[in-house]
Design a protein around this ligand. Structure first.
Ligand code: ADP
Length: 559
């Protein structure tokens, strides 16, 4: 096949081309919504065709001349022709418009060179029915929705019941959004509404939806970890981050890969209970610490789920208040729901032996969820992971553009001493939270748990006679799951699938979530290596100015 490669166009960029939504479409001329006119003309076409066929068959049967036509025949023929013209112009013009617009785009399309494979074609939407721009700026609400919009605006209908009242999530979103537009006078044009399955978040991920936020997902890798290779999806708007992590992955790969181990795996929940005296609170503490009592309570706790297995209860007193930190394995789920159910079972059971126990809250903050806390840093929460690699001297020079002594010294002064000066809590690293947040968002984790999941101490030491670099990250509380929460949404599930950790592990419950935690630690290792190297080489500001402030090709960032 003859493939022409077009020269770069010297024409100015197509800035003057009208946006897709403002292009004139055939449907613009229609007085009714397209759905209705389509239905009307299709029905007309079918009815007149059936009528004429029957008449024709009748004439053949009675041997009447075919060319003699009555008034009814004439009307049916006119209807047939009119509906045919409509349908042809509808679908035909849609087709022509799509061809024309794709040709317009073609003008600026350059055949990629072999070194730059063409990106896969994006799925196209029928331009007559909807375009991305159109869906952003004009929420598709029917005229029949006017009453309910007015009712929401006036406050008669609470916005939160729209889904259950209408039984149509997409329509509920459009109505809520239109009501909001009228109430605020703000068109929220940039927030898309189309292209999202609102039923998938109902009662699970987000209430009162009006659209969704778009985030780019970049890919860093291959990350060579424990003898396997992973391409790590990162959702971020921070320029340089993916490129930098990618560079770290390259250094790890060229040095033979990283190794990781999960030291501990247990989610925690700590209810707060109160007694009339500190003596009584201490009595419960001692009761819980009796091995026989623990065994009984574990049976009660584990009834919450076939995946929940109670590992321990750590108690702490503040006067007459007792905090019981329950820790349990949760399979492939992040586990907050699971552990909370188990804790509730135990509290109900304990009430028999300790009827004077006043349950203040199922969560008493000794857990500790989504807040910086020493207990997570010291005891761990979720998955406690350590990941290490030895980066060869030549790779440090060639890929990271620095030296082993410079990195070791910088790590000591910045990540260890500097963080000590700052009174850091789990923050003995350069930017673990950057990588953790980006992977969390891409894979449907709870982004608020980035707080403790980013606890990390980065160590760098010279090994092999001072030639090579031993680097490690120790992260005691990576809270992740591959089932439940946001992990089942289409895009997040696709990112989990890319890593081979989607859903429940078939081999051993919890293996997918543990693997995800080690991949995150591996990506953090890569991110630490790259940023520390940029700092050691004094490149940070330079590269940020280059990649955050310009639209230039990013391909060199990873090199
Ligand atoms: P979380 O406890 O993280 O909030 P959910 O309660 O939303 O998670 O989801 C966990 C649910 O998934 C539970 O009902 C559990 O029975 C089910 N499940 C299925 N397979 C697994 C698995 N391999 N590990 C953990 N939970 C699983």
């Amino acid at each position: 096949m003859d493939i022409r490669r077009r020269k770069p166009s010297t024409r100015p960029p197509p800035a003057a081309a009208p946006p897709l939504a403002s292009r004139i479409q055939a449907s613009d001329a229609l007085p009714l919504p397209i759905r209705h006119t389509n239905l009307l003309f299709s029905a007309l076409f079918a009815a007149s065709l059936v009528f004429l066929m029957r008449r024709w068959r009748e004439k053949v049967r009675v041997s009447a001349p075919l060319h003699v036509i009555g008034l009814a025949d004439m009307a049916a023929m006119i209807c047939l022709v009119a509906s045919l013209i409509y349908l042809i112009s509808f679908f035909g013009i849609a087709y022509v418009q799509s061809v024309v617009s794709s040709h317009e785009d073609d003008d600026d399309f350059l055949l990629p060179s072999p070194a730059q494979p063409a990106p896969p074609a994006a799925p196209t939407l029928c331009p007559l029915l909807r375009s991305d721009k159109e869906s952003i700026s004009v929420p598709a609400v029917d005229a029949s929705d006017e009453d309910i919009i007015a009712s929401v605006v006036s406050g008669k209908t609470p916005s939160y019941i729209l889904e259950s009242k209408l039984g149509d999530c997409r329509r509920a979103v459009a109505i809520r959004r239109e009501a909001l537009r009228r109430m605020t006078g703000r068109p929220i044009e940039g927030l898309p509404i189309e292209g999202f399955d609102y039923a998938s978040i109902l009662g699970q991920c987000c209430e009162l939806p009006i659209g969704y936020v778009q985030l780019p997902v970049g890919i860093a890798g291959p990350l060579a970890l424990d003898g396997r290779e992973f391409y790590v999806p990162m959702a971020t708007t921070e320029g340089c981050l993916v490129a930098s992590t990618n560079r770290g992955c390259k250094a790890i790969l060229e040095s033979g890969g990283a190794m990781s181990v999960v030291l501990k795996d247990g989610m925690t929940r700590a209810p707060a209970v109160r007694f009339s005296t500190a003596m009584r609170a201490a009595e419960l503490k001692f009761f819980l610490e009796e091995p026989d009592n623990f065994d009984t309570l574990a049976v009660v706790f584990n009834r919450s789920s076939r995946f929940a297995r109670l590992q321990g209860i750590q108690c702490s007193l503040a006067g007459r208040n007792l905090y019981m930190r329950f820790c349990c394995s949760t399979g492939d789920a992040m586990g907050m729901n699971m552990v909370s159910k188990g804790v509730q079972n135990v509290l109900d059971y304990l009430q028999n032996d300790f009827p004077d126990m006043d349950v203040v809250s199922i969560s008493g903050n000794f857990c500790s969820d989504k807040k910086p806390a020493a207990v997570n840093w010291i005891e761990g929460r979720g998955k406690s992971v350590v990941c290490e690699a030895v980066i060869r001297e030549d790779v440090v020079k060639k890929v990271l553009k620095t030296t082993v002594p410079a990195l070791v010294e910088l790590n000591m002064i910045k990540n260890l001493a500097g963080s000590a000066v700052a009174g850091a809590l789990g923050g003995f690293n350069a930017h673990a939270s950057n990588i953790v947040s980006a992977v969390f968002i891409a894979t449907g984790q709870d982004p608020a748990q980035n707080v403790e999941s980013s606890h990390c101490i980065t160590m760098m030491e010279a090994v092999n006679g001072g030639k090579d670099l031993h680097v490690s990250v120790t992260m005691p509380s990576i809270e992740v799951g591959t089932i439940g929460g946001g992990t089942q949404l289409a895009s997040q599930a696709a990112c989990l699938d890319l890593l081979g950790v989607k859903g429940s592990s078939m081999e051993s419950p919890g293996a997918n979530a543990r693997l995800l935690a080690t991949i995150i630690a591996g990506a953090v290792l890569a991110g630490e290596l790259s940023l520390m190297s940029a700092l050691a080489a004094g490149q940070l500001v330079k590269s940020h100015m280059k990649y955050n402030r310009s639209s230039k090709d990013m391909s060199k960032a990873a090199s």
